[in-house]
Design a protein around this ligand. Structure first.
Ligand code: 5GP
Length: 175
């Protein structure tokens, strides 16, 4: 399949995703018994995963979508990233960050430490996909759907230049 200048091939089907999401949800249902977690999906890529995951949760839970805004700080530290959204109060709450894909893990690391500084009760992360770089760096992702090599993927909410989010299967770039 071609999107703009790149060729992609299917590598994880909608059925495989559906089965894995059900397994992850079962694990969360068990781990969060008697708790009311707040899901915090990072937009845009994780909207589809977050929706399917939430439908499989059988405990009372909330959801609040967040976005990362990047801007150039005035200090020499260069690019800073802040979390925007989460109108819900997160103080003393169990937070479950929902990511589409963890690559270097820098985004997630920053968000998790920000949230821990704000008096949350617990902060964990779930990511549908994780690349090998993040595994080496030991980023703390408690729930992972599929581990990948370092390939560029799209579909199931993830894009290439804004396109491809509507695909129900996952595709990877052909080199
Ligand atoms: P990190 O900070 O872990 O390097 O970057 C994570 C973010 O980069 C993801 O949430 C996603 O938005 C984007 N990203 C990383 N790898 C891919 C990829 O293979 N495909 C797509 N569509 N986005 C990616």
């Amino acid at each position: 399949m071609k999107i703009k200048d790149l060729e992609f091939e299917k590598f994880i089907t909608a059925t495989q995703i559906e089965n894995r999401v059900a397994e992850l949800a079962a694990q969360i249902n068990s781990d969060y018994q008697d708790r009311n977690p707040i899901l915090l999906p990072i937009l845009n890529g994780s909207f589809m995963f977050a929706s399917d995951l939430m439908k499989q949760l059988n405990l009372p839970c909330k959801i609040s979508f967040v976005k990362i805004s990047s801007y150039n700080g005035t200090a020499s530290s260069g690019q800073l990233k802040t979390l925007i959204g989460h109108e819900e109060s997160i103080f003393n709450q169990d937070i479950l960050i929902v990511e589409d894909i963890v690559d270097t893990g820098l985004t997630l690391e920053k968000i998790m430490s920000d949230l821990r500084d704000r008096g949350t009760k617990s902060v964990e992360a779930i990511s549908l996909l994780r690349k090998s770089v993040a595994r080496e760096k030991v980023v703390d992702v408690k729930y992972v759907g599929f581990d990948l090599d370092d390939e560029f993927v799209l579909g199931y909410g993830m894009d290439y230049d804004g396109l491809g989010r509507n695909l129900v299967d996952l595709y990877k770039k052909i080199n």
